[in-house]
Design a protein around this ligand. Structure first.
Ligand code: SF4
Ligand code: SF4
Length: 189
């Protein structure tokens, strides 16, 4: 359904007719209000960084039923959650919510890039989406406490994060490791 060149080429005969409804059900309720004006793309860091399927193009691909292409492309995982697109959209489409809806579809299909799985594991283990290896020493060198005043310094907050993750589909499909004791801890929160 996609060629190897820089340009995306859609085969409309291979489009999935129920895809728009699926995205709307996953949280992209305002999808059909998009008029493809491109304002969201003009402010998007993903587009600036060269990812092929940024907000506007994602919505266009959903309109075309290009579910397979979107599941094979990792652009949605590069979204910075900056919400610039939400602020500038003249139709209140909330493109960031469309990104999140597509991520939910991808998670259900196990179409999650390895880098994102690492981020989820890190979020589960330490409460941040990236491991902060050796950051304590660096902080101490500049006179800061070894741990920042975030979840890293709060075992209770980490328990809450684990409890939240336990309620997600990620936990149910086994993407987040959790043994029996940790599960019991999380359920106490
Ligand atoms: S989501 Fe909003 S800003 Fe982006 S193309 Fe559609 S109408 Fe324009
Ligand atoms: S929230 Fe994501 S899609 Fe929207 S402008 Fe920021 S990076 Fe782009």
């Amino acid at each position: 359904m996609i060629n190897e060149s820089a340009e995306l080429v859609y085969d409309l005969s291979a489009g999935e007719p129920g895809f728009v409804a699926e995205i709307k059900a996953m949280g992209g309720e305002a999808l059909l209000d998009c008029i493809q004006c491109g304002k969201c793309a003009a402010v998007c860091p993903m587009a600036l960084a060269g990812f092929p399927i940024f907000n506007k193009k994602l919505i266009q691909a959903i309109f075309l039923g290009a579910r397979e292409i979107l599941l094979e492309d990792s652009s949605i995982w590069a979204c910075q959650s900056c919400n610039r697109c939400t602020e500038i959209c003249p139709r209140d489409v909330r493109p960031f919510e469309i990104i999140l809806a597509m991520r939910r579809v991808a998670v259900r299909e196990f179409a999650v890039p390895a880098l994102s799985i690492e981020g989820l594991k890190s979020l589960y283990d330490v409460g941040h989406a990236v491991y902060l290896k050796d950051s304590g020493q660096t902080r101490q060198k500049v006179g800061l406490p070894e741990k920042p005043p975030t979840v890293l310094a709060s075992p209770e907050a980490l328990k809450e994060i684990k409890a939240i993750l336990h309620q997600t589909d990620l936990w149910e499909i086994g993407l987040i490791p959790m043994d029996g004791n940790e599960m019991a801890d999380a359920s106490e929160v």
